[in-house]
Design a protein around this ligand. Structure first.
Ligand code: UDX
Ligand code: UDX
Length: 434
């Protein structure tokens, strides 16, 4: 079976490479020529653990190819996975223009039966729109099907999430489409759930929003803990021992970011409202998450009083560890707030500095980038932890203490044990703990 992957971004590249890895013949395409050039040479345009090794191996094996030619990619594949992005519009809804554009291209190049599979996170009913668009623009009377097969990959663990999935959701409306997708995912047949298309689309949005709600809930509880003598880490542990709750996604912190949770929460709220459903639960969650930034900045103010002219080291720029992705990263909002206050910031991240330079160039006198955490904290009045990279957990805190002008840590991810850092002489502020 020949698979075409349209859009080789974070989702598409992982999907293409892993589809090849499980034995399919894959061709990937993207409008950004540089991504295709890099991928063809065995280089990933983004940092994702384990991806480049599989990319190289499958290129060598000959069952993975990349092309800049969208028309040819469409014509040569029997199954097309649509992985283009669906950016957020001002009203919170998803901008579907790339999906529409791709659908029209598929219609124009329909040379044989094709199954068009929507992989991007999309509003319910999108597949129906894709179907209608292809029907309207196709030039020949050739059959096609649409399906929804949402991705559940987490950045940082995307390869293993693909190769060891918890579940594969297949939303189809014909037997032919079901059989093709079941064949593609033969290896994981015990984990396949077949639904209709609307259900599959809602499962994706509902899952992401539910996880986002879970994080909001624990963050809200952390606010309560800060006003009492409770400890959020133990509260989360105690709650998580109940298998009905589960221990995952109960890490309190600076709030969730990334290309999915913030956007999907707003998109689902908008979809529901447009359908006449009261979605205030999700809208409140969005507000709670945004408030995390103000709560964090308040802690910095509590420690430093006046932020103007203070030297602040910022460790962690990506929205989570093990990725270079900074989309909707809490770090961006914190940095913006501190720049407004007139602070001087020295930033460090193991993988995300190149991306961050595009948003905060070094030309600004208030911004500089450090080569190591130790360089970042030199003469700093405070150190902020925004992302829980292992490198920060393993820091030599004695050395950090020596380098800093004032020994103050404001930790947005609870990576240190309060008593230990305080014993080393730090003033330490964390989340939901004394
Ligand atoms: C994913 C999901 O697919 C999306 O639904 C979700 O909301 C965000 O996360 P992701 O892979 O992370 O998207 O996005 P991105 O890395 O931007 O990749 C999309 C790719 O599609 C880009 O490489 C872009 O160049 C490409 N693209 C976009 C096309 O090839 N053609 C287009 O018309 C538009
Ligand atoms: C998410 C979903 O998990 C994945 O299934 C979907 O396909 C895409 O969206 P991703 O955004 O890559 O994946 O990362 P995830 O690990 O879910 O983390 C999202 C955000 O939540 C990060 O900013 C992370 O720091 C935050 N988070 C996560 C918390 O603040 N606390 C937690 O307990 C877990």
């Amino acid at each position: 079976m020949k698979i075409g992957v349209i859009g080789t971004g974070y989702v598409g590249l992982v999907t293409g490479v892993c589809m090849a890895e499980i034995g399919h013949d894959v061709i990937g395409t993207d409008v950004v020529a540089e991504k295709i050039d890099l991928a063809s040479q065995g280089t990933s345009h983004m940092y994702e653990p384990g991806l480049e090794e599989l990319l190289k191996a499958n290129l060598k094996r000959g069952n993975l190819h990349f092309s800049k030619d969208l028309d040819k990619t469409i014509q040569s594949a029997e199954v097309l996975f649509v992985c283009v992005n669906t950016p957020q519009r001002e009203d919170g809804s998803a901008d579907m223009s790339y999906v529409e554009g791709v659908s029209r291209k598929i219609a124009e190049n329909l040379n044989d039966y094709k199954l068009v599979v929507e992989k991007s996170t999309v509003p319910v009913k999108t597949s129906q729109w894709i179907k209608r668009t292809i029907s309207l623009y196709k030039r020949k009377e050739i059959d096609f099907d649409v399906a929804s097969n949402p991705e559940f990959l987490r950045e940082g663990t995307a390869v293993s999430d693909f190769l060891e999935p918890d579940r594969i959701i297949i939303g189809v409306e014909t037997e032919r489409a079901r059989k093709i997708l079941e064949k593609i995912y033969e290896k994981f047949k015990d984990r396949v759930l077949v639904t209709n298309i609307d259900t599959a689309e809602i499962i994706k949005h509902a899952s992401n929003s539910f996880l986002a709600l879970k994080i909001c809930y624990i963050n809200l509880m952390s606010e309560l803990c800060e006003k009492t003598h409770a400890d959020i880490e133990l509260v989360a542990r105690g709650m998580g021992l109940d298998p009905r709750i589960g221990k995952q996604f109960l890490r309190a912190g600076i709030g969730f970011g990334g290309s999915c949770f913030p956007k999907d929460l707003r998109a689902l709220a908008k979809i529901g409202e447009d359908l006449g459903v009261n979605m205030n639960l999700l809208k409140d969650a969005d507000k709670i998450n945004l408030k995390r930034i103000e709560i964090f900045v308040e802690k910095i103010k509590k420690a430093l009083w006046i932020l103007k002219d203070k030297k602040i080291a910022v460790l962690g720029l990506s929205f989570k560890p093990e990725t270079d992705d900074i989309r909707e990263s809490p770090s961006i909002k914190v940095i913006k707030r501190l720049l407004e206050e007139g602070s001087f910031l020295r930033l460090y991240d193991p993988k995300a500095m190149e991306n961050m330079r595009k948003i905060f160039p070094e030309e600004s006198p208030q911004i500089s980038y450090a080569k190591s955490p130790y360089e970042a904290v030199k003469d700093a009045n405070a150190l902020l932890i925004i992302t829980e990279w292992d490198e920060f957990i393993d820091l030599d805190l004695k050395r950090i203490n020596d380098e800093m002008a004032n020994s103050i840590i404001i930790d947005g991810r609870n990576i240190y044990i309060p008593s230990k850092v305080r014993d080393l002489g730090f003033e330490y502020y964390s989340v939901g703990r004394q």
